[in-house]
Ligand binder design. Structure first.
Ligand SMILES: [Zn+2]
Ligand SMILES: [Zn+2]
Ligand SMILES: [Zn+2]
Ligand SMILES: [Zn+2]
Ligand SMILES: [Zn+2]
Ligand SMILES: [Zn+2]
Ligand SMILES: [Zn+2]
Length: 1756
């Protein structure tokens, strides 16, 4: 049916193509009713262009539209060809100085922390780079799309508003001139006409709501029956749901469904079916039915195709308007006029109003088009921006209401434009005064919080997801309020005052609804049943925090406003507390002859609330009165006499008591919600307007009260009045055991109360309370944070309160209090407190949490001990109070305070069981210290003749009054000084007594004798010495005890390990490494060492003993013994690859015998070097496997390793492994112990012999295989022709010398290499197994040589043990592997490899010499050779063969180098060759020149040639040296173990090569000439020389990760320009950079998923398969995060190589500090890659963090 219903796109109407824009425009110019003419044209043409088939063709449609519809309009506007007209307009235009660039998603934006008026002022990258701010403190973020560059907006920047590009040239006038003066009258009139028609047309059609009818003037006579089923997006349904539903509803493939869903998500709507009405309606029904189950259904409309067509064109028209006004500011102004002109329906009927008011009804795509138009028109024209702002403010409440109902994100809502007006200071102020904006916003906000309790306070429902969603929307209103207030007025007009105070009233109304909300009552008996809702209230409080602060800031700016606000606030507070003293009779409290009346109220029994914003606001304003001195200047204007201090303090005090009681465990049954609330109350995000203000309020109230009265009320609220007013409380409780809990509770409450008193007197760092500036406040915060521990910048920032501009003010003071310590290769930069700042440390700093306090105490005491100081932490000297708060200090010397101190000291002296605590004592001592400090300060600053009122020392010297006649406080301190149980406090008490004496001396200043002081010091001194000695003795005892314990522990541990071998997988590094120092035994010192050949230095292989890490048994490595193995990890690698496009297409057919010199598709082997018995390993692996199976069944969990693929973790170090390598002795000595009796053949002879031997074996093999079929006569003939060389016994099969266990392991590792390297099923009989083994040996050596060269390390320098072990065992394994393979197979490989150098007719598919990696060839030949040599009894030795093979390959390599070396770079003059080498090489080059038929270019110079050969061959020589070293066990010459000079000569000596390499050719010229000839005549060589193909040249360049830019923002910029390669031009959401090849990928997204081995995987995973053969390193650009991937299931995040100036990374780009490349860290990542450690790194990360295992890495 579908085919019938979905007609093909109809052919385009010819008339459209033939129409001429000029003609139509001409017709319009004559028209009397232009609107009708244009509408007719549109009605006729639009449906013929747009929406003519099931799928849109945007490009084709737009081209036609431009031709038929927009072209005429452009002609009409210009009155001539627009191609001429528009440039003219552009030229006449005086461009605006605003940049106005609209940001794309992900584009970097910059804000200057020094100059931006607020953080919403941002620059685009181009403007930023051309501005002065690039040298300022700036912040970088990535845009979420929308918003534009503020460059050129003088209001946005305190300094440097223009970048270089947008700078005003000095001659130009700054004043605004009417841009219309640059246009001719005609153009103005015509533009006006067209703009008016088109803008109205677009608005009409976009807001059109009928689905199958058009507006009358667009309706045409004949209408087709074609409809669309239009699907709209919402924020409710997921991608998966939509895709699934579509597949069902419209019968499309998954791919199509994904396409639809992607477009719906991007544009907001997409037609999913085209056809007649019924057909579309049917799809709609299915979609609605399918998506309506849990939520509201997806929005679907069946829409007539002509409606869709006009809507599409409507959008096009809007974009067109946007682009046309780009030509001239005058045109832009006309459009603004048209847009804001009031329409026929009066108020709110302008086109702009209509669009705004319909915003929530429009689909996403339509919204973003018209928002963009607004941004480029109304917001770019300063005059109209104002008018637009007024329209916006007038519609504000309606728009917000719509937004609440709208289910789109705020970013696509017109309400998000608020930031554009509200943050502009003059606009904001204008809107406040003219539109009463502040009140409007607050009222709109209140509209949405309707739920109230009986007292009219907010009441929040349970915080569900939907609630949270709605609530988040409401919060955007707070954000708007914040924007309005963010820039503070510099001047106040009467109007502004009035409107601000109106706004303040509204704000008080709002706060009033919060005062006392969420009240709680202590739960006794039973635990609460359901945690009450608390989050919403706190979220509200948290969001309002900055607004509250800003309101206070505003008030502070104007005295009149401050006074009025203060009055208003007080009035509202009084209202809230109406009836506060009603009810019960007041009670009377009395202590020490003082008495006070108060209400009867217990926090533990009645309702209490944490939310007291009105009280707190008043406290803030009160401090401002003090700070601005208004309180002293206009006391008569202030209602100070109306203040009732007990009323002011009541609620904040209750709140603080609540915290104390919670801490004392009295509210346990109220559950976690309360604990959380208390936490946030103190948290840095909230405390500024909560806890801090409560303390302020208490300080305010208490400063107006008799301190004795206050202290009694305090005792009463803490429910401690009884304790202190009852004599002998302590004694009573010491005898009663039953009330232990109560005693404990009371102790805590007493501690808390004392703490509160300390805070009230000690916290004077808020400007206005104490005589300090704002810098001192922040300085003190930092000192106390750093007293806990050194901190990184971000940590410190997190612990400090941020203002509305996200600033902490930290930078201004940090230098004065801390040293910065740079980060190393890991970790972060740290700030450390300067030692001199420790003096300012206050143990009872009010922002410390309990944990922080005890950590800080410990840290500070430790510091003091380290500095050999006493450990007292006395209160620091404090700044004086401001006069309004000055009386607070009297608390310290008030009678009740002294009484409380005395009582507690008494308890301590009498030591009453549990009725007191050391913390209590410590606090009392601190308070005494504070009082002494205060008195000292008073005395020192005393004015002559002024009466000294602070006399604490006198008061504490007096014994207590009746009835208990207690000793004086001083006397008790002296007693306590000697109490043995109070060791910890001794230093403090001593400090107090000393302080006391100092004060006494100041008081007696005139009569004081210097002798007495000296005496005092001496006494002090000697007692301190004694103390020190004592401390030292104790420390020594402690040390000895520690050592003993350690010894016991390690003994126990050893035992444990022995008994739990299987469990023993932890990281205890018992170095069971194999290298028992074989290299360190230097048996040969001076003699030259030779690694191979007949002259090979004979070194007895040291006996090797290895300890098994599993059973701890030691065993010698021998040929016959049980196998010992190393855990190993084999992986494919492209690290050395020069051609990443090459992949093994068909692994079943792929022949790895020859390695191409581009080294693509290598196989790497690594090992952690941990050895175990083969059988122990087998057992271990079996148990891992079994455990894993059980675990998977039970938990369905993934592990970091894939057991099914043979993966396991090394039992000792948890290193990821997938096989084991057997440990072996040098296999050559094990194989041939035959002596060399005879003269060894030279290269020529040897080559001939080998060629013959090869022929014989080939014949025999052919014969053997052909014998069964038809015996060919030719063969037998050949057989006769080729004589069997002397001593060659092809029928001989040697005995395998290895034990069964070793043989088994040889097979195991060989098979693993084959399986992993080729990604095929294991098959131990496959002939490719041995070649894979040789290959991985060669590749691994090459990769290590590469790393050593890159790091400029010597080839035999100190190699890490594990590498050394790995290479040794790998080489020896590869050399021994042939013994477990069928002899003919290895022989066959040898023959073929050999044939690539020495021609042999039997092969046709041999690669040309340019296409063979010579080192791989060498390894293959050498390791396969024994298979042939073992049948040779002629006396020619294995060593001879090795040497000749090596020489042959070396010569081939030299030829290869000469053929491929680029000769162009020769800037040298032709010099006469002088050296022997140079002459030799010139002649060789000549030979080549000759054999290549002169195709090889003429030799530049001998010197140059020789230099390039030497350089080109070095890697090969180094690799060969490593190879033969490990193969034959000849120690490395000492010269090669140090770095520095070129090792060329040493290498040649070690490798038995002449230093003049060309001599090899000369000595063997017989054979070599013919060989060279055969190599050069290969057709591929010819093709190369004639430039038809390329070839690798030598030395191969290093493979590095890509170069990264220094500045991270250029990466962000690059990524923001990157669009998804699959979904035409869409910006990628997670652009990810491959650090290996530099490709940008569209990661973590449906659009770019690819199929890999039958599974859908993300772009990154797919990319790793080609680029890194499974392993990949990426940089997620938006997150600034490095991603490691391996295979489909493994991955981890790694710290990025970008650091900010504070030495920290910013994963997730949350902080926005400028980031710069850290070379060291990047090199570390590169090294991980080069060492093939990515997989291992992932394994470790996943073991350490199990959550990484659960991530679906393949979707990235
Ligand atoms: Zn800009
Ligand atoms: Zn600019
Ligand atoms: Zn700046
Ligand atoms: Zn063992
Ligand atoms: Zn290990
Ligand atoms: Zn994509
Ligand atoms: Zn790549």
């Amino acid at each position: 049916m579908a085919s019938e219903m979905e007609p093909e796109v109809q052919a385009i109407d010819r008339s459209l193509l033939e129409c001429s824009a000029e003609e139509i425009a001409g017709k319009w110019l004559q028209a009397t009713d232009l609107t009708r003419e244009v509408y007719q044209h549109l009605a006729h043409c639009v449906p013929k262009i747009y929406c003519r088939g099931p799928n849109p063709f945007p490009q084709k449609e737009d081209t036609l539209a431009q031709h038929v519809l927009l072209g005429p309009m452009e002609w009409y506007i210009c009155g001539e060809d627009p191609a001429l007209g528009f440039p003219k307009l552009e030229q006449a235009n005086k461009p605006s100085h605003l940049c106005g660039r609209v940001f794309k998603v992900g584009e970097p934006t910059y804000s200057c922390r020094d100059c931006a008026v607020d953080p919403t002022c941002v620059l685009c990258m181009e403007c930023f780079l051309g501005s002065i701010h690039r040298d300022h403190r700036y912040r970088m973020t990535t845009s979420g799309g929308g918003g534009f560059c503020d460059c050129g907006d003088t209001e946005a920047w305190k300094e440097g508003p223009y970048c270089q590009k947008h700078k005003l040239s000095s001659s130009e006038v700054v004043e605004e001139e009417d841009p219309l003066v640059h246009l001719s009258e005609d153009v103005i009139a015509r533009t006006y006409n067209i703009f008016a028609i088109m803008f109205r047309y677009a608005v009409d059609i976009l807001t059109w709501e009928k689905e199958s009818e058009l507006p009358d003037d667009l309706e045409v006579a004949e209408k087709s029956d074609t409809y669309y089923c239009m699907l709209f997006n919402d924020e409710v349904h997921t991608y998966e749901q939509v895709i699934y539903t579509l597949q069902k509803a419209v019968n499309c493939t998954q791919k199509e469904a994904i396409g639809f869903a992607t477009t719906v998500d991007r544009d907001g709507r997409r037609s999913v079916r085209y056809g007649d009405f019924q057909y579309c309606d049917q799809a709609k029904t299915v979609i609605v039915r399918n998506t309506s189950r849990q939520t509201k259904p997806l929005k679907v409309q069946v829409m007539h195709s002509s409606v869709a067509a006009h809507q599409n064109f409507g959008l096009k028209a809007l974009s067109w308007l946007g682009s046309v006004i780009g030509y001239s500011d005058g045109l832009r102004r006309i459009l603004c006029q048209v847009g804001l002109q009031e329409g026929p329906d009066g108020e709110n009927s302008s086109l702009v109003d209509r669009l705004m008011l319909n915003d929530s009804k429009l689909w996403k795509g339509a919204r973003s088009v018209y928002h963009q138009l607004f941004m480029s028109s109304l917001l770019m024209d300063l005059k109209y921006k104002k008018l637009f702002a007024v329209r916006f403010a007038k519609n504000y409440r309606q728009l917000q209401r719509d937004f609440m109902e709208d289910d789109h994100e705020r970013a696509v809502s017109v309400t998000a434009l608020s930031v554009q007006f509200f943050t502009a200071p003059t606009l904001a102020r204008m809107l406040i005064t003219e539109e009463n904006l502040m009140t409007v916003i607050i009222k709109a906000f209140m509209d949405h919080l309707k739920h109230r309790d009986a007292q009219g306070r907010f009441q929040f429902e349970r915080y569900t997801a939907l609630q949270a969603f709605k609530f988040r929307r409401v919060q955007s209103l707070i954000l708007d309020l914040k924007y309005v207030l963010i820039s503070k007025p510099t001047e106040w007009s009467e109007e502004l005052r009035q409107k601000f105070l109106q706004g303040f009233d509204a704000f008080l109304e709002l706060l009033k609804c919060m005062q006392g909300m969420d009240p709680i009552t202590r739960q006794v008996g039973q635990h609460i049943e359901m945690e009450p809702e608390w989050e919403a209230a706190f979220t509200l409080q948290m969001k309002l925090t900055h607004v509250i602060s800003m309101v206070q800031d505003w008030c502070a700016l104007d005295e009149k406003v401050l006074i009025e606000a203060y009055k208003k606030c007080l009035t509202v507070l009084t209202q809230c507390h109406g009836g506060f003293t009603d009810g019960e009779q007041p009670i009377t409290l009395s202590i020490c002859g003082h008495s006070v009346e108060t209400i009867r109220y217990c926090v533990s029994q009645e309702k209490v609330s944490i939310h007291l914003p009105i009280s707190r606001l008043l406290a803030g304003l009160h401090v401002l009165l003090s700070k601005s001195e208004v309180a002293y200047k206009f006391p008569e204007l202030l209602p100070l006499s109306e203040l009732s201090p007990p009323m002011l303090i009541e609620h904040p005090l209750r709140c603080l008591v609540l915290c104390a009681q919670v801490h004392a465990g009295m509210w346990r049954r109220n559950g976690f919600s309360l604990v959380n609330q208390i936490y946030y109350y103190h948290n840095v995000k909230c405390r500024r307007e909560m806890f801090d203000k409560d303390i302020l309020m208490l300080q305010t109230g208490v400063s107006m009260m008799d301190p004795n009265h206050f202290l009694m009320i305090l005792l009463s609220r803490f429910e401690l009045y009884q304790v202190f007013s009852t004599p002998d409380y302590g004694k009573r409780f010491s005898s009663e055991v039953t009330h232990k809990d109560v005693v404990q509770q009371n102790n805590t409450l007493i501690e808390e109360m004392l703490y509160l008193i300390i805070m009230l007197v000690g916290e004077r760092f808020s400007p206005g309370v104490g005589q300090v500036g704002p810098a001192e406040e922040i300085r003190r915060e930092i000192i106390h944070q750093l007293s806990i521990k050194p901190m990184a910048h971000s940590e410190l920032v997190k612990s400090l309160p941020e203002d509305e501009n996200k600033e902490t003010g930290m930078e201004s003071v940090i230098e004065t209090v801390a040293h910065f310590k740079k980060p190393g290769l890991t970790g972060r930069g740290m700030y450390e407190l300067k030692p001199e700042c420790a003096r300012e440390f206050n143990l009872y700093f009010y922002h410390f949490s309990r944990a922080e306090q005890s950590k800080a105490e410990e840290a500070q005491r430790k510091l003091k001990r380290e500095n050999k100081e006493d450990t007292a932490l006395p209160p620091p000297a404090l700044p004086p109070f401001c006069p309004l708060f000055a009386s607070l200090v009297n608390i310290l010397q008030s009678d009740v305070m002294l009484y409380i101190m005395g009582t507690i000291l008494q308890w301590a002296v009498e030591h009453h069981g549990s009725a007191w605590s050391e913390s209590m004592l410590q606090r009392v001592l601190h308070l005494i210290g504070m009082a002494l400090q205060e008195e000292k300060h008073h005395l020192e600053n005393a004015v002559e003749g002024h009466v000294q009122t602070f006399a604490f020392t006198q008061k504490i010297s007096k014994p207590g009054d009746a009835p208990n006649n207690s000793p004086s406080i001083l006397a008790m301190l002296e007693t306590l000084q000697n109490a043995p149980s109070l060791e910890v406090h001794k230093d403090m008490i001593r400090w107090l007594l000393k302080m006391f004496n100092t004060i006494k001396k100041i008081r007696e200043s005139s009569s004081s004798s210097p002798v007495a002081e000296a005496e005092g010091t001496i006494l002090e001194e000697s007692s301190r010495d004694k103390d020190k000695a004592e401390r030292k003795r104790k420390a020594e005892i402690a040390r000895l005890r520690r050592e003993k314990i350690m010894a016991q522990m390690s003994e126990m541990q050893r035992h444990f390990i022995d008994e739990n071998k299987e469990l023993f997988q932890q990281t205890i590094e018992l170095d069971a490494s194999v290298s028992a120092a074989p290299d360190n035994s230097p048996p040969v010192s001076d003699t030259a060492l030779t690694a191979l050949g007949p002259a090979q230095t004979q070194v007895p292989e040291p006996r090797q003993f290895v300890t098994c890490i599993l059973c701890q048994e030691e065993q010698e490595v021998t040929v016959e013994s049980r196998a010992m193995v190393l855990a190993a990890f084999v992986q494919r690698s492209t690290v050395l690859s020069k051609d990443r496009t090459k992949v093994i297409e068909n692994p079943e057919k792929y022949d790895p015998l020859f390695m191409h010199p581009d080294l693509s598709c290598g196989t790497h082997t690594g090992s952690c070097g941990h050895a175990m018995h083969a059988h122990c390993w087998q057992r271990y692996f079996d148990s891992v496997q079994a455990k894993e199976q059980r675990r998977q069944q039970r938990l369905r969990l993934h592990t970091s390793y894939d057991v099914e693929n043979g993966e396991f973790l090394c039992p000792l170090c948890e290193c990821l492994s997938n096989t084991v390598i057997p440990l072996l002795l040098p296999p050559r000595s094990a194989l041939s112990r035959r002596l060399n009796f005879s003269e060894q053949p030279d290269l020529t002879q040897w080559t001939r012999t080998i060629t013959q031997q090869i022929k014989v074996t080939q014949m025999l093999r052919k014969d053997g295989s052909a014998a069964a079929d038809t015996p060919s006569s030719e063969d037998t003939e050949d057989m006769n022709i080729i004589p069997i060389p002397e001593g060659f016994r092809p029928d001989f099969y040697p005995r395998n010398p290895y034990s069964d266990s070793i043989k088994e392991m040889l097979t195991t590792f060989g098979t693993a290499t084959f399986k992993v390297g080729l990604k095929v099923h294991p098959n131990e009989g496959d002939p490719r197994v041995p070649t894979m083994c040789w290959g991985t040996c060669a590749y691994t050596i090459q990769s290590i040589e590469r790393i050593l060269s890159d790091e400029e390390k010597p080839v035999f320098g100190p190699l890490p043990c594990r590498l050394d072990d790995c290479l040794r065992s790998l080489t020896r394994f590869a050399a021994a592997h042939w013994t477990v393979t069928l002899l003919p197979v290895v022989q066959g490989h040898f023959c073929k490899l050999f044939a690539s150098l020495v021609p042999n007719d039997s092969y046709e598919d041999l690669p040309c010499i340019l296409d063979v990696d010579m080192f791989h060839l060498l390894v293959g030949l050498v390791l396969a050779f024994p298979a042939l040599q073992c049948q040779d009894f002629s006396g020619s030795s294995l060593a001879t063969g090795d040497l000749h093979i090596f020489h042959l390959v070396t010569m081939a390599h030299i030829v290869q180098i000469l053929l491929t070396s680029c000769t162009e770079e020769n800037g040298m003059d032709q010099e006469n060759p002088t050296g022997e080498e140079e002459l030799a090489i010139l002649s060789l080059h000549k030979t080549l020149h000759q054999y290549t038929g002169s195709a090889l270019e003429e030799a530049p110079s001998g010197w140059h040639l020789w230099r390039s050969v030497r350089a080109g061959i070095m890697p090969f020589l180094k690799c060969s040296a490593l190879f033969f070293h490990y193969l034959n066990g000849v120690p490395a010459p000492p010269d090669l173990q140090v770095s520095g000079t070129s090792h060329f000569e040493h290498l040649c000596n070690y490798l038995s090569l002449p230093t003049n390499l060309i001599r090899l050719f000369q000595e063997n010229s017989n054979i070599m000439n013919s060989l060279i000839e055969s190599w050069c005549q290969n057709s591929e060589v010819k093709r190369y020389l004639s430039g038809e193909r390329g070839a690798i040249s030598y030395p191969r360049g290093a493979n590095k990760l890509i170069d990264l830019p220094e500045d991270y923002s250029s990466l962000i910029n690059q990524a923001s320009n990157f669009s998804c390669p699959k979904s035409g031009g869409d910006k990628s959401r997670a652009p990810t950079l491959c650090l290996v090849c530099g490709s940008l990928l569209c990661s973590q997204s449906y659009c770019c998923q690819a199929e890999l081995e039958g599974e859908d995987v993300g772009a990154c995973t797919a990319h790793t398969y080609s680029c890194g053969s499974g392993a990949g390193i990426f940089l997620r650009v938006r997150e600034c995060q490095v991603l490691f991937l391996a295979g489909k299931t493994k991955g981890c995040f790694y710290s990025p190589p970008y650091l900010d100036d504070y030495g920290e990374t910013d994963q997730g780009l949350r902080r926005g500090n400028p980031l710069h490349l850290c070379q060291e860290r990047f090199r570390k990542i590169q090294k991980l890659w080069q060492q093939h450690s990515i997989t291992e790194e992932i394994g470790h990360a996943q073991e350490a963090n199990q959550t990484l295992v659960g991530i679906d890495w393949q979707h990235l």
